[in-house]
Design a protein. Sequence first.
Lengths: 326, 368
Amino acid sequence: MTSLDRFGGVYLLPVALALIALVLIGSPSSWLTLTVAGLAMGMMIFLMASGLSLIFGLMDVLNFGHSAFVSFGAFIAASVLAALGTWLTGPSPALNIIALFAAIGAATAFGAVAGWAFERIIVKPVYKDHLRQILITMGALIVAEQLILAVWGGIPVQVPRPAVLSGSVIIGDVSIEIYRIFAFLLGLAVYVALYLVLNRTRLGLLIRAGVENREMVESLGFRIDRLFIGVFMAGSALAAMGGAMWAGYQGMITPLIGNEMMILVFIVVIIGGLGSIQGSLLGAIMVGLMANYVAFLAPKMALASNMILMMAILLWRPFGLKPAVK
Amino acid sequence: MTGIASPSPSNAVRQVPVGRLAVYGVVLLIGLALAFAPFVFPDVRAQEVAARICIFIVLVASYDLLIGYTGIVSFAHTMFFGLGAYGTAIALKSIGPTWGAVALGGGAGIAAAFVLALLIGLLSLRVKAIFFAMVTLAAASVMLVLASQLSEFTGGEDGITYQVPKLFAPATKLLTDADGKVLRIFGVQMNGRFAAYYFVFLTSFVLFMFMLRVVASPLGSVLKAIRENEMRAEAIGYRVVAYRTAVFCLAAVIAALAGVLRAVWLKYAGPDVTLSFGIMIDILLMVVIGGMGTMIGAVIGVVVMSLAQFYLKDLMEIGAHATADIPLLPDLLNPERWLLWLGVLFILLVYFFPSGIAGTLMNKGYRR
């Protein structure tokens, strides 16, 4: 154990990033706003990335079609919110919240069902064949994107935001959007739930065991293929939830939303290390912070900066910061 | 990784290889058609398609070097293609329509592609295939965003239009008849366009032959060994990472060369024709339809896809009209949704014919 590990090891990286940014930005109030935005964005990316990472860890399947769930989640949430428009903009906070959760719930449920179908139809025949997996999930992504275009059309869709979550709170001279706080809290809740399920339940034990040694778990008599479907559905549902949250955050979505997020999600998964929830969270927060700081300091570098971050981390740790034992 | 390579005939009774002959025959026909395209298809649109086919054959064959022969899945091929095209385009725009500009810009683009490929290769080819696919996808996306953001160099979304060297300008007279007009041979004008087409065709031909030579060389055998069993190749004593990086760089350089051709032919470089994700999907579809790991499958894949893109839209137009009263179906059959059906076709192909048209046919002649 090196001295670095004693203080938190790689978990210190986001803190270091934030401190460097504080020096570069100078003004603490805009730094705080950016940090909150970065954390919120990171949490939403975490929702999308954790599913991908888990699916890879347990099933050794990298689903290039993952971003389709993000897009579908975003569009379904937008449709539900538009349908419940009067609840959403009305004065009653209870109805606001119900409408919001209906939208997120619908997106998540769709993600789970679509994930089940996806696993059965697309992924199942090509387990253990990485080349065909990549090709076939890519094909599925094309089909899904085109379906979205056929159903919702190519024009940008406006996403209404619930009245209770619009606006911002002002602390001193710092204003923080309420939606960002909500996104952060939701992401944190999902992380805690995932952490508890994986580390405190029998199901989680099986999943972790499956990640580490699949044959052994099977030989002990557990039906690992059922676990696979469950994890795939959960991962897809999380992606759809992330898409729904992102749609509300952006306020305007196009069919390209999945692709745009996918780059960040891939970078997060690579930085964090495939197969680990902690890694995904760490990577997501770093990417979220980086994106917001750089967007403020040098707007044109925003995406490239994350790429450079990924390259740097790959040079240092070729398997990511916190890879699952494999 | 079964069924992608042609089967070893060692324990098979060799029969008349009908499928193999058919594939070679078709490829020969396509080659002849491309070689005499200006004479056979005199109209401008068909020549456009023929030149596009030539360039894509090189691009797809170089991609086949990676995916079919070495088993590397890269999504950055359009990035290298785009580097070649943009390098040439920017130089032609800023220096003017000279051969020096083509050499300088194209050379710079190719060098950039090489360096980038080397960096990506050394950084990420030592890890899992899947990791590499993600890294290349991320790199390609970043390049696409950069191309549209650095609009003072790249023209942003609109791209760049420019003049090409005088030899290729449509008004140039290569040969003149007694009256000083452009000479016609079999009704084909000997003008700059004719020269440009043959420049594209001959360069593509040389590059394709070079790649055929590469896969037939000992290097090609090593690549196949790596594809079939990485551990065993390493154990025999081949440095897998070095070979992979080398072939990745080679494919990148050839893709960049194809980009130079594209830029010279089109007199335009923009995200849609060089860097976009759509082109990457085209390449993937072409290589899978044609047959991974066959090299000449690239020729068939490109031609089939190019024709499909042309005719599928017409077919869907008819379908959309016929089903106009049914909900959703006309939307699905809208000609703009042709990629949807190609996607479905792609999935079915990967399931049922993973060795593509050429691979499947070539296996036919052998008794398994």
